[in-house]
Design a binder for this molecule. Structure first.
Ligand code: GLY
Length: 401
């Protein structure tokens, strides 16, 4: 299988064999990682092939009812995940063939550093340029990241101490969704790169307010909290993508787990670690979590066994757990890693991992974007693949320590 030589619009020049060489530490790599990386390089290689004659930078997101690849614009919240996927394939395969497409698809979205439509610039820029910077040390990527952080901070509402997620709509004043925790990585990194602590302070304020107002006593979270932007008073707590205002939307729980684990990475604030552990406890003691650990799209939906799963929530959770396992004692670390390994095993099985050349060339099947929409129900989603690869990378790092 070959990635075709690309045209002037793209930069890839070499071929990719099915048995792309893994990194120097190959001999220590768990075969589940090796097999997944081999599959992912072939499958995503086919996806790159289908896109290499496009004039504009395409942003693959999911598939349609006929199973065909669906693209979105770079202004979509998911646009950073495909470049990020290419960076993880470059890293996991150790094959330089992935470098040029990763650079091409990353640099093609530079204008997004000025994106002001909502809070999603953190996902968009950090998954693309953040990974690119980590793997190449390209100094100009730092400017993109710091500029994007500045753009995101325009959404900070000092009266409420939060970054506003969405525009004022549906009667909301300052809606904040749990997903917003994921944008804080961009801010912490921007402070590291620029020395400007205002990004960091905003991230901490947002994480603190979310901890206080988004979580229920059982440590599940609401999807949307609407604040009074002047006083910070909570106006309402509702859902947009979950089953009910009071329910636990599966991906929301995963964003929170990942978000507080990541906040602990930067701040070492024990409250964030405690929060991440409490969220993990909620997820893994939930009676509606299936044995294969791939959640239904919402933990509280009636007749749950007839409902679709959300593989994306599972992939995000696995990635978060590998990181969380590095911050706790040996006994807990083993437990978190074991849970993450079980998720990876499930996702790598034919129940969730596609076969070559199917599934719109995405790696994983059975994610649910927005069931109430309804849209993107029981489909592949680019972010499920991204976090799956990130989880594999984190697993490999842990096991090679
Ligand atoms: N951030 C949007 C979602 O999780 O669907």
């Amino acid at each position: 299988m070959f990635l075709r030589t690309l045209t002037a619009t793209t930069l890839l020049v070499t071929s990719l064999s099915a048995a792309a060489p893994l990194t120097a530490q190959n001999h220590k790599t768990d075969p589940i990682i090796t097999r997944n990386v081999e599959f992912a390089t072939q499958q995503v290689g086919l996806m790159v092939d289908t896109m290499n004659t496009f004039r504009q930078i395409p942003s693959p997101r999911t598939t349609d009812e006929q199973g065909r690849l669906v693209f979105t614009t770079l202004d979509d919240w998911t646009s950073g995940f495909f470049p990020g996927t290419l960076w993880y394939l470059y890293e996991l395969s150790g094959d330089s063939v992935w470098l040029q497409p990763a650079i091409h698809y990353t640099e093609g979205m530079e204008r997004i550093k000025y994106y002001r439509g909502n809070h999603d610039i953190g996902f968009m820029i950090y998954c693309s340029f953040g990974n690119g910077l980590r793997l190449t040390q390209k100094a100009d990527y730092k400017d993109v990241i710091v500029t994007a952080a500045r753009t995101l901070c325009e959404r900070y509402r000092p009266g409420a101490g939060v970054i506003q997620s969405w525009p004022r709509q549906r009667g909301w004043d300052c809606p904040v969704i749990i997903d917003n925790m994921m944008n804080l990585e961009l801010l912490f990194e921007a402070t590291r790169m620029s020395g400007d602590s205002s990004f960091w302070n905003i991230a901490v304020s947002h994480a603190d307010q979310t901890l206080k107002h988004h979580y229920r006593p059982d440590m599940s979270c609401y999807h949307v909290v609407d604040y009074d932007s002047e006083t910070g008073a909570v106006r309402s707590r509702v859902t947009a993508q979950g089953y009910a205002d009071s329910s636990a939307w599966a991906r929301g729980q995963a964003w929170g787990l990942y978000g507080y684990t990541m906040c602990y990475r930067y701040t070492r604030d024990p409250r964030y670690l405690k929060q991440a552990e409490a969220i993990a406890r909620f997820i893994f003691t939930h009676p509606n979590l299936p044995k294969d650990l791939i959640p239904y799209w919402d933990y509280d939906v009636p007749n749950i066994e007839q409902e679709p799963r959300d593989a994306s929530a599972a992939a995000i959770t696995a990635s978060a757990l590998y990181e969380l396992s590095t911050y706790v004692n040996a006994k807990e670390a083993k437990q978190y890693k074991k849970l993450a390994d079980r998720i990876i095993k499930s996702l790598s099985s034919p129940n969730y991992r596609a076969t070559l050349s199917t599934n719109g060339y995405f790696i994983l099947m059975h994610s649910t974007g927005n069931k109430p929409g309804p849209n993107e129900v029981d489909v592949p989603l680019v972010y499920a693949d991204y976090y799956f690869l990130e989880a594999l990378k984190r697993k490999r790092d842990l096991e090679q320590k």
